[in-house]
Design a protein around this ligand. Structure first.
Ligand code: DX5
Ligand code: ZN
Length: 219
């Protein structure tokens, strides 16, 4: 199976988002990853719903929305209205995770949960069967262009074991420091979907870079 590629808009050119969205439309990207930050859960603020809404109108790929905000359950309806296919919230930012997952599904979206680098995968044991996606952060969330945390490779194997043992259909996605050297190792470790920001958008030929990630195959 070919790898799912989800370029992260955080590294796009914000003065000319239209060109970057058109590039995504033309490329082999499967999804478009969009990072919403609140300056509370993470020490940074990115963009919010007006940007999501505008991009969703111009983008013909499913939106993979990653909310790095506290109490994300407050924004389920708004995320759905922007046409998101996947809504991913952080385990560390949501007290009633089970309820939030049900509400995301009821709003017509696929539900993802993200784990910070310090959060072990076993905390998902009792919700994993309800999830469509688990997003492992391979950097501390908040910024693009950071160094990949090596422990993620073993964490992918632990998550794969949990998914298989419970019969969950959740996809494994990894976000942070995904580039030419780390991507093949992640795919070999069992990752289904790669998020990549600076490696794609800062490259000389983003379409070719997306294609090279897309060509990585699971054995
Ligand atoms: C970071 C964001 C990422 C970010 C990844 O908190 O969640 O999606 O854009 O950027 P790179 O690929 O440059 O590490
Ligand atoms: Zn992200």
């Amino acid at each position: 199976m070919k790898t799912i590629v989800s370029p992260s808009l955080l590294s796009a050119n914000f003065i000319d988002l239209k060109s970057d969205v058109e590039m995504i439309n033309k490329s082999d990207a499967d999804w478009l990853h969009m990072d919403v930050m609140d300056g509370v859960f993470v020490p940074n603020i990115s963009f919010g719903f007006p940007v999501l809404e505008a991009v969703s109108k111009a983008c013909n790929k499913p939106l993979d929305v990653h909310l790095m905000i506290v109490n994300p359950e407050r924004y389920i309806e708004q995320t759905a209205k922007c046409g998101a296919e996947y809504m991913t919230i952080h385990y560390e930012a949501c007290t009633h995770l089970h309820r939030a997952i049900q509400q995301i599904h009821a709003a017509g979206m696929k539900a993802g949960v993200s784990l910070n680098p310090s959060t072990p995968v076993w905390v998902l044991e009792d919700v994993i069967k309800d999830l469509d996606l688990v997003l492992l952060m391979s950097v501390n969330p908040g910024f693009g262009g950071q160094k990949f945390i090596e422990n993620t490779i073993d964490k992918v194997a632990r998550l794969r074991e949990l998914i298989q043992r419970t019969g969950s259909h959740a996809l494994i996605e990894v976000d942070g420091g995904v580039q030419g050297e780390t991507a093949p190792r992640l795919v070999e470790a069992g990752v289904d979907a790669l998020v990549s920001g600076s490696y794609v958008f800062k490259s000389r030929d983003p379409i070719a870079t997306i294609h090279s990630l897309k060509e990585l195959k699971k054995i």
